[in-house]
Design a protein around this ligand. Structure first.
Ligand SMILES: NC(=O)c1ccc[n+]([C@@H]2O[C@H](COP(=O)([O-])OP(=O)(O)OC[C@H]3O[C@@H](n4cnc5c(N)ncnc54)[C@H](OP(=O)(O)O)[C@@H]3O)[C@@H](O)[C@H]2O)c1
Length: 286
């Protein structure tokens, strides 16, 4: 059973890494930052240490490993244990402190080809690197962050239990991805389940022009559209925290104040049924 009022994690994927929004986060009681070794062109960690070194000790910091810079290309993904181990150590050095959580970043990216047994082994080896890093104190704990968990469900038997699993959440996530995330969480039994990207990365998405997410709230008239979409994301799937990106202190305040708004659980249930039925109809047509 997940908390009815989950926490906000300030995600830095699209962030300019400006100290003002980090200060506002602390003032609002948002004590968690989520970054990744590849954010800000692979400079997120060192930038945070440089521009917000005084603020970092006051946050719980999560980061991710799995993408590596390649000259002449944007990046490449790898689950190679030596590279992951070095990346976790580098993250702690560049941040100037041990991260509280290190996620294996989108492991599905490197698990699309090859026999299933070999893919299981590659995933297990990668998870063991992070588990060992957490046991030896290079990071506080470890997790898996997956944009598309559909390929992972079949590969996780015998994996160590992660502290945190992070999956997409919200009204823009399609049924198969939501169900795969819930199945993965049921199999892995992480101590915490986090959602991410509640607006699909862009608040100006046309979805909000054609649909008012305030139907998900008990007292809809008190909320903005973005608050309602955010609160719905906390229940789709039901998570302990949601990583959301913003460079705007005003937007962050709007999201934090949405946590007091009650979600209409019956509407969540109806919505899930509709999603399932629509997915069933589309399968039947294929
Ligand atoms: N595979 C992975 O591990 C993975 C993938 C994606 C994301 N994530 C995590 O999830 C975090 C969030 O994802 P995301 O940034 O892609 O997507 P997001 O949180 O869905 O969307 C961020 C966008 O929403 C806007 N926004 C936020 N609050 C708003 C408000 N109150 N009103 C209007 N606009 C608002 C922001 O614009 P403003 O700056 O103008 O507010 C920004 O453009 C990432 O930073 C990362 O931590 C992880």
């Amino acid at each position: 059973m997940r908390a009815a009022h989950p926490r906000v994690v300030l995600g830095l994927h699209r962030s300019r890494h400006e100290p003002a929004v980090l200060r506002e986060a602390l003032d609002l009681g948002v004590g968690a930052l989520d970054t990744s070794s590849n954010y800000l062109g692979f400079r997120s960690h060192e930038t945070l240490a440089r521009v917000a070194g005084d603020l970092l000790p006051r946050f719980r910091v999560s980061t991710k490993v799995g993408y590596f810079p390649v000259p002449g290309r944007a990046s490449e993904h790898s689950l190679e244990p030596e590279r992951l181990r070095a990346a976790v150590e580098r993250a702690a050095q560049d941040l100037g402190r041990e991260p509280d959580v290190v996620f294996l970043h989108n492991p599905e990216h490197s698990l699309s080809a090859g026999p299933e047994a070999a893919r299981c082994e590659r995933l297990a080896a990668a998870c063991h690197v992070l588990e060992d890093a957490a046991s030896s104190g290079v990071c506080g704990s470890w997790g898996i962050s997956s944009w598309d968990p559909r390929p992972l469900g079949a590969l996780v038997a015998g994996l160590p239990r992660p502290d945190v699993l992070m999956v997409r959440s919200g009204l823009l996530v399609k049924n198969e991805v939501l169900e795969a995330a819930e199945l993965l969480a049921a199999k892995l039994r992480p101590s915490q389940l986090w959602g991410m990207s509640p607006f699909g990365g862009g608040a100006a998405d046309a979805a909000w022009e054609g649909f008012d997410p305030r139907v998900f709230l008990r007292e809809a008239e008190q909320a903005t559209v973005m608050q309602a979409a955010f609160r719905a994301a906390c229940r789709l799937p039901a998570v302990d925290a949601v990583a959301v990106g913003t460079d705007s202190p005003v937007h962050l305040r709007e999201l934090v104040s949405s946590l007091a708004l009650e979600v209409e659980e019956d509407v969540v249930g109806q919505y899930r049924r509709l999603l399932r039925e629509a997915a069933g109809r589309s399968e039947a047509r294929q």
